[in-house]
Design a protein around this ligand. Structure first.
Ligand code: FMN
Ligand code: ATP
Ligand code: MG
Length: 505
C-alpha cells in the first residue's frame, strides 16, 4: 500500500489545473494540521457516499499518507484506512448511495461504523464510547449548513462537543468534479443520472437543468459534472419551505403598491464632485412601472453606513436598489455592507468570478478568488445575455453595477426582462394608471376639496407640487386602474367651475 494514496497526489501534481492544485494543497494542509492536533484515535470521518464526502475520502487517504511519510513511521505498510469512519444510515437513503458507501468501504479497507440514529443522538453515543475530538466533514460553502462555518469550527451549542473539520469548505462544485475526474476515482452512479446533490429519496430528484430533450418518452439526464453553474446544484432538491422562494411576491400582498428604496453609495456624490443621475433615473423608472419610491439616500463609502441603511430599508420596502461602491477597489464596500446587513459573510463565488475573468482575463492571478466575493447564502445571480456580468440580487436587495445612465438603462432593461421571465418579481411589471392635472387655482382654494377627495378615494394616491411659489399647481393621481382614476378626476372637477383643470401629458 502507499502507492494508491500517492496516485491522488500524483494525479493532481501532473494536472495543469492551477486552481485545483491550490484547493488540493489547502485541503491537505487542513487535514495534516488536524492530524497533528489530534491523535488518530481522536478523529473520525463522516462519510455518506455523496460526491463531497467521496472527495474527502481520497483527500484523507492522501493526507494521512503524507502525514505518516513526514513522521517517517510508515514504510508503505498501511493495510487499511486508519481513520474511524461513520455512516449515518437511514431507511430513506437511495439504494445506490448505500451500495456505493459499502463498496467504497470495502475497496479502501474502511471499517465503517454504521449509526442508525439521528445525527445528534448518534454523535452523543459515539463520543461517549470513543475519545473522538474532531470529525472531518465534506461541507462546502454554499451548503445550507456551511453558513458561518470555518475550516475548523466547534460543533454548535446543543450538540456534543467536538471540532468540525471542513477541509473542502472553499471548494466549488466545479472543483469537486475536477478532482473526481482528474483522479479518476469512482463515485456514486446517481451522479451520472443527473443527480447533482443527494439527500433522501423523499426530497431528491435529478436536476432539471441537466434534462436532455429527447423525443422518446423517458426523460434523460446528463451527468452531474456537466452542470455549468454550480450554485444550481441543489435545483434537484425539494424545497422544505416553498414560500420563502419569492421575497417580493409574498410580501407584495401586504401593500397595494410596491415600495422601493434607492440607495447611492459614494463619497464623490456627498462632496458635490459628482452629480448623482442614477438616483433620478431609477426613481423615474420605478415610478413608471407603478412602484412607489419611499426614500432615496446617499451614503459614504463605509461598510457600517451601508449595512445600517440596507438593514432599515430592506425591512420596510419590497425592494431596495443600491448602486455605487461595487468593484474591487478599497472604497468598494457596498457588497460587504449588504452582507453585514443580512448577518452573513462575503464568500468567494466562482460562477461570478468566471464572468469577471472573461472581462479582465490575464490580469487575474488565477488561483485566488477573493476578488469575486458575494454575500453568502443569500445571493442570486441574474444572468442576461446582454450583460457581461450578471445582476446581483441578495434577497430583496438589488445591487446594480451601473456607473452611468446608459449602463443603468441596460441593466434596467435586463432586470425587467429577467424578473418577468422568472416570474419572481412579476408584480414589478404590473400596469398601473396615472393622470396629471394642472390648475391655476390657488393652494388655499383647492386644499380642502383635495383632502376630501383623498377620503373618498383612499385607494388613489394624490400628489401635489408647485412649479413656483406663485405658479400653477400640479396634481398627480395614481392608482391601479384607469376607470377609478377617471371617477376621481370627475369628482374633483365637479367641485369647481368647468375648465380649471388641464390634463398634462
Ligand atoms: C458529523 C456531523 C456533525 C454535525 N454537527 C453539527 C453541528 O455542530 N451543528 C449543527 O447544527 N448541525 C450539525 N450536523 C448536522 C448537519 O448540519 C446536517 O446535515 C444538517 O442539520 C441538515 O440536516 P438534514 O440532513 O436533515 O437536511 C452534523 C452532522 C454530522 C453528520
Ligand atoms: N448520513 C450521513 N452520514 C455520514 N455523514 C454525513 C451524512 N450526511 C451528511 N454527512 C456529512 O455531511 C457532509 C455534507 O453533506 P452533503 O449532503 O452536503 O454532501 P455530500 O453528501 O457529500 O454530497 P452531495 O452534495 O452531492 O449530496 C458530507 O460530506 C458528510 O461528511
Ligand atoms: Mg448529500
Amino acid at each position: 500500500m502507499g502507492r494508491e494514496e500517492m496516485e491522488i497526489d500524483k494525479a493532481i501534481g501532473e494536472s495543469d489545473d492551477k486552481r485545483l492544485k491550490t484547493k488540493y494543497n489547502n485541503a491537505i494542509f487542513v487535514i495534516r494540521r488536524a492530524l497533528s492536533l489530534y491523535s488518530i484515535e481522536e478523529v473520525a470521518f463522516s462519510f455518506n457516499g455523496g460526491k463531497d464526502s467521496t472527495v474527502l475520502l481520497h483527500l484523507l487517504r492522501a493526507g494521512y499518507f503524507l502525514h505518516k511519510k513526514e513522521l517517517s513511521c510508515s514504510n508503505g505498510g498501511l493495510s487499511s484506512f486508519p481513520v474511524r469512519t461513520i455512516y449515518f444510515e437511514s431507511p430513506s437513503a437511495f439504494t445506490e448511495i448505500n451500495a456505493f458507501t459499502y463498496d467504497a468501504a470495502q475497496t479502501y479497507g474502511i471499517q465503517l461504523d454504521i449509526i442508525r440514529q439521528d445525527f445528534k443522538s448518534g454523535l452523543e453515543a459515539l463520543l461517549k464510547a470513543n475519545p473522538i475530538r474532531a470529525i472531518f466533514l465534506g461541507v462546502r460553502i454554499g451548503d445550507p449548513t456551511a453558513v458561518g462555518q470555518e475550516q475548523f469550527s466547534p460543533s454548535s451549542p446543543g450538540w456534543p462537543p467536538f471540532m468540525r473539520v471542513n477541509p473542502i469548505l472553499d471548494w466549488s462544485y466545479r472543483d469537486v468534479w475536477a478532482f473526481l475526474l482528474t483522479c479518476k476515482v469512482k463515485y456514486c452512479s446517481l451522479y451520472d443520472q443527473g443527480y447533482t446533490s443527494i439527500g433522501s429519496i423523499h426530497d431528491t430528484v435529478p436536476n432539471a437543468l441537466l434534462s436532455v430533450n429527447d423525443a422518446s418518452s423517458k426523460e434523460k439526464f446528463k451527468p452531474a459534472y456537466l452542470l455549468s453553474d454550480g450554485r444550481l446544484e441543489r435545483a434537484g432538491r425539494v424545497k422544505k419551505n416553498a414560500s420563502t422562494k419569492n421575497d417580493v411576491g409574498s410580501d407584495s400582498q401586504k401593500h397595494e403598491v410596491l415600495l422601493a428604496s434607492v440607495i447611492a453609495v459614494g463619497d464623490e456624490i456627498l462632496s458635490g464632485t459628482v452629480e448623482d443621475q442614477l438616483g433620478l433615473s431609477l426613481c423615474k423608472k420605478l415610478t413608471s412601472v407603478g412602484w412607489s419610491v419611499q426614500q432615496t439616500s446617499v451614503l459614504r463609502n463605509d461598510i457600517d453606513s451601508v449595512s445600517e441603511e440596507v438593514d432599515r430599508q430592506r425591512s420596510i420596502c419590497d425592494m431596495v436598489f443600491i448602486y455605487g461602491g461595487v468593484g474591487p477597489l478599497h472604497s468598494d464596500v457596498t457588497l460587504a455592507g449588504v452582507a453585514k446587513a443580512f448577518g452573513v459573510r462575503l464568500a468567494p463565488d466562482e460562477e461570478f468570478e468566471e464572468y469577471l475573468r472573461h472581462l479582465i482575463s490575464e490580469h487575474c492571478t488565477g488561483d485566488r478568488n477573493e476578488m469575486a466575493q458575494l454575500p453568502e447564502g443569500i445571493t442570486e445571480l441574474l444572468h442576461h445575455e446582454k450583460l457581461s456580468v450578471p445582476l446581483i440580487k441578495c434577497r430583496n436587495v438589488i445591487v446594480l453595477a451601473a456607473t452611468n445612465t446608459e449602463e443603468l438603462e441596460k441593466e434596467w432593461e435586463c432586470l425587467t426582462e429577467l424578473t418577468k421571465l422568472g416570474g419572481s418579481t412579476s408584480s414589478l411589471m404590473e400596469l398601473y394608471a396615472s393622470r396629471r392635472l394642472m390648475t391655476s387655482l390657488t393652494d388655499v382654494e383647492i386644499a380642502e376639496p383635495l383632502s376630501k377627495l383623498g377620503l373618498e378615494f383612499p385607494d388613489i394616491y394624490l400628489g401635489c407640487y408647485r412649479k413656483s411659489r406663485q405658479g400653477p399647481i400640479i396634481i398627480c393621481l395614481k392608482g391601479k386602474d384607469n376607470a377609478r382614476i377617471n371617477s376621481a378626476v370627475q369628482a374633483l372637477c365637479k367641485k369647481f367651475k368647468e375648465g380649471v383643470f388641464v390634463d398634462m401629458k
